[in-house]
Design a protein around this ligand. Structure first.
Ligand code: SUG
Length: 417
């Protein structure tokens, strides 16, 4: 049976705050702070365990090899000689945000009946532009079964693609054909628009989607300017529900009508700006939640960052919403503060793949025992703290490499080293 699996990026041992993402307010405002990679990874693992306890199916991806020496070699330098901003870009643990790893179209949406995944090029931010090589290798391994999956290389430059963070799918249930909504930005504002419409169109073509079940929607310029560098900071979809901020899309009413026309069952829950401002939405990340369907008819739950709980206006609105008779029945705050300080909430940390679980390489599928073993590796090997001025430190680099090696060994994935 087609089931939604959330693949979380395990937070890598080089997690740090280098302030590398202009337009991402958390990243720039926490630049220079001391990070806690061990605590960060344990927070991510606890989120996965909690999701397992809810009865959800959970997977994970390995951190990528950092520093990325082949990228540095392409720039005719290495960790010892590179300038600090290049060192930091080569060392980033940004692959933790698996929502940016790829765009996924489940089998019921595609002409060949396979689940298609396109690795994202992430080319707008230098530190993310070199993730795709490691990501593609991992996707090819996890989704190697060609009877069920087609894994594509990234869209070529100059068209930026940020993956599932700018893509939503509405459907009556995960195994039914869906409406795929690609959300692109237009450049010209104070911050970069990372998702290019040509990239979205190329992915839709590569995935062999039915043009009648695809929409291309423009992200509001005001949202990008306010710090919503990805659409998933202001909107999230699950099954027939779209949960969105009033100012997420450039033309909200046209967008809602187009959705309703193509999918009359859609339920669009709009959070009005006079109750939750764009600034509050972006500070609290209430939309960067995992909107999930609980098993056994439990309705839907929002797994959101504790920051949403701590913002009185946001929490007040959410509580009113769940007290009403809507589809979202439960609010579940999770502590992912280390990732949040770089602008990555619960939804950024996961890539949703609706597929037959048995078709996935089982090494990437989680259970409690594996998560415990991963937590043990993290506790022993992950650095406790990283101050940005230590990024080029040979001892730290050696520790980061050894830590990843230990994790790959534990997970039987040394072939990714
Ligand atoms: O691309 N932050 C990431 C956060 C990605 C969030 N993902 C989703 N919204 N799906 C980004 O801006 C900051 C790294 C630093 O500054 O050290 C960073 O890359």
């Amino acid at each position: 049976m087609i089931t939604e699996i959330n693949f979380d990026g395990i937070i890598g041992p080089s997690h740090n705050y280098a302030g590398m993402s202009p337009g991402n307010i958390a990243s720039t405002s926490n630049a220079g702070k001391v990070s806690q990679p061990r605590a960060a990874a344990l927070q991510g693992i606890e989120k996965m365990s909690a999701n397992l306890r809810l009865g959800l199916t959970q997977g994970f991806f390995m951190p990528l090899a950092r520093p990325n020496e082949s990228w540095l070699a392409g720039l005719a330098t290495g960790m010892t000689d590179a300038e600090p901003h290049i060192q930091a870009a080569a060392f980033s643990a940004s692959a933790m945000w698996a929502a940016n790893a790829a765009t996924v179209s489940p089998a019921p949406d595609t002409a060949d009946g396979r689940c298609h995944l396109s690795a994202s090029n992430l080319l707008t931010m230098p530190h993310r532009s070199h993730e795709w090589t490691g990501t593609l290798a991992q996707l090819k391994l996890a989704f190697a079964d060609e009877a069920h999956f087609a894994v594509h290389s990234p869209v070529p430059q100059p068209f930026g693609d940020e993956g599932a963070a700018n893509h939503m799918r509405l459907c009556t249930e995960h195994g039914a054909p869906g409406l795929e909504i690609f959300v692109y930005g237009k450049s010209g504002g104070p911050f970069p628009a990372r998702q290019h419409i040509e990239a979205s169109k190329a992915v839709a073509r590569a995935h062999r989607l039915d043009p009648n079940r695809v929409l291309f929607v423009q992200q509001a310029e005001a949202a990008i300017a306010a710090g919503a560098f990805h659409n998933d900071v202001v909107a999230v979809a699950n099954e027939r529900v779209l949960f969105t901020h009033e100012q997420a899309f450039e033309e909200p009413e046209t967008t809602y009508s187009a959705i309703r026309e193509k999918m009359p069952e859609a339920e669009i829950l709009v959070v009005p700006a006079d109750r939750v401002s764009l600034a509050d939405a972006i500070q609290s990340y209430l939309f960067n939640a995992q909107l999930v369907t609980l098993p056994d008819g439990g309705g839907m739950a929002l797994i959101l960052p504790t920051e949403a709980h701590d913002n009185a206006r946001v929490w007040g609105w959410l509580q009113e919403m769940v007290a009403g008779n809507g589809p979202i029945r439960k609010l579940i705050p999770v502590d992912v503060r280390q990732s949040m300080a770089n602008g990555g909430g619960p939804a950024c940390l996961r890539l949703r793949v609706a597929c037959e679980p048995a078709a996935v390489d089982p090494r990437f599928v989680a259970d409690e025992e594996k998560l415990d073993a991963i937590a043990d590796v993290v506790t022993v090997h992950w650095p406790e703290r990283i101050a940005p001025d230590r990024i080029g430190d040979p001892d730290l680099i050696a520790q980061v490499k050894a830590a990843r090696g230990a994790l790959l060994d534990t997970c039987g994935l040394s072939q990714l080293s």
